[in-house]
Unconditional design. Structure first.
Length: 419
């Protein structure tokens, strides 16, 4: 953990533009074949993203700070003064992720600060740009680890028990990347010094495309969680075991995947099995274990409970009939987030015009802003995504919309931190 020194408020005349920042960050962690990103927490790609963040902070004369949970901060003004306005997002990615989910918020934050300096805005509150660690949870299976730790929503025992696919624990991974894990944990003093957090993010749906708006404000995040289903059967020879003699867990898993789709459709919710691991994973072997991860989300808690209960019941019924042992573990859960009404109304009024009000929309995607909303007032801005595709290399946003996002964020930060 490093303590920030007093920042210089004079920007370098040579700060990189939005486009330059985007170009610099673009190749980091990108697969040359698929063009998908693999920026997993505490890997070399993550380290490179972190180095980029630090460089951007220093180029702008901001005080750089790495907090005890591995979140990065770039401060303008006194970090200890209180009532700070914070913006930012994350730089890590899902497996084969897109370029915009996370980085758009971080790059736009630096660009918005540059815009405010060009406007010669006078800051009456400290301003910080943050890069929260391990938002996607691609490596350790739990999303928003950096913000959860800071907000006290992840106990030390839980954090120490997190392991990646190779059995490396979170503290071991941090240590290997040069971050001392000894002090990880809740950081209420830090959060107490923040008056508002605003995260800009690419929209992960098509609501703005359909309404014809470049920028929107978030109203809420659907409750969502991840459940691990372990189906245990009996490994055996694929070429010699009679169908009647098999205890094949793949069949119960397959029936459960279909049940997930059915149950979600009944209540208008979402349910996805997007990750599966099979043991022994041989073409000519009946599996002994199929482990599938369910991601489910709904507009309200009752609907989510109903969907997950329905999927679990279907899985149990199928497993029982086939002599398969089933265990279901909820690995993570985030309750509904209703973003701070006063802050969201302030954003809407800062961005709306006489002719047009800014759209205010809910999302099914999780964010650090959602985690932090339990501790401090938070809000989000969304930038139009013309296809709605996200968590894929096809994720996109038009250059003009990114520019509109930067100006909107600058307007919001000016309204909250200046004058
Ligand atoms: C994060 O992007 C999530 O919604 O899973
Ligand atoms: Mn994401
Ligand atoms: Mn994101």
């Amino acid at each position: 953990m490093s303590v920030p020194s007093a920042p210089s408020v004079t920007p370098s005349p040579n700060v990189p533009s939005f486009q330059q920042m985007w170009r610099e960050l673009a190749p980091v962690g990108r697969d040359s074949g698929s063009h998908g990103y693999r920026r997993y927490a505490w890997t070399p790609a993550d380290t490179d993203c972190r180095a980029w963040f630090r460089e951007q902070a220093e180029l702008r004369g901001l005080a750089y700070e790495l907090d005890r949970n591995g979140n990065q901060w770039a401060w303008l003004g006194d970090p200890l003064a209180g009532d700070a306005v914070v913006t930012g997002s994350h730089l890590d990615s899902v497996p084969e992720g897109g370029a915009f989910d996370g980085p758009l918020g971080v790059v736009s934050s630096f660009a918005a600060l540059d815009e405010l300096r060009a406007r010669e805005a006078t800051f009456s509150k400290p301003l910080a740009i943050a890069n929260f660690g391990d938002e996607e949870g691609a490596r350790f299976g739990l999303a928003c680890v950096g913000s959860r730790l800071t907000a006290g929503q992840l106990t030390l025992d839980q954090a120490h028990a997190l392991r990646d696919a190779d059995g490396v624990t979170l503290p071991q991974a941090m240590e290997a990347a040069g971050h001392d894990p000894a002090a990880i944990g809740a950081d209420p003093e830090r959060l107490a010094r923040i008056g508002a957090f605003v995260e800009l993010h690419v929209e992960q749906g098509r609501a703005l495309d359909l309404s014809g708006d470049a920028v929107g404000v978030a109203s809420a995040i659907w409750p969502h969680g991840r459940w691990r289903f372990d189906f245990r059967g009996e490994a055996n020879h694929a070429g010699t075991t009679r169908l009647a003699d098999r205890r094949d867990p793949m069949l119960s898993y397959a029936e459960t995947v279909l049940a997930a789709r059915r149950e979600a459709a009944i209540v208008g919710a979402l349910a996805t099995f997007g990750k599966v691991s099979v043991e022994p994973n041989g073409v000519n072997a009946i599996p002994s274990l199929v482990r599938g991860w369910l991601d489910s989300r709904a507009a309200d808690q009752a609907s989510l409970d109903m969907v997950v209960a329905g999927i679990e019941a279907a899985a149990r019924e199928s497993a029982e009939a086939a002599g398969i042992e089933l265990s279901v573990v909820r690995e993570s859960f985030t309750p509904v987030v209703d973003f701070d009404h006063a802050l969201r109304e302030e954003l809407a009024s800062l961005l709306g015009t006489d002719a047009r009000s800014v759209p205010v929309l809910p999302t099914g995607a999780g964010h650090d802003a959602g985690i932090l909303s339990g501790s401090i007032p938070t809000a989000m801005l969304f930038v139009r995504n013309p296809t709605g595709v996200s968590h894929s290399p096809a994720e996109s946003a038009e250059e003009d919309d990114c520019a509109a996002g930067v100006l909107a964020l600058a307007d919001v930060l000016e309204g909250l931190a200046c004058g």
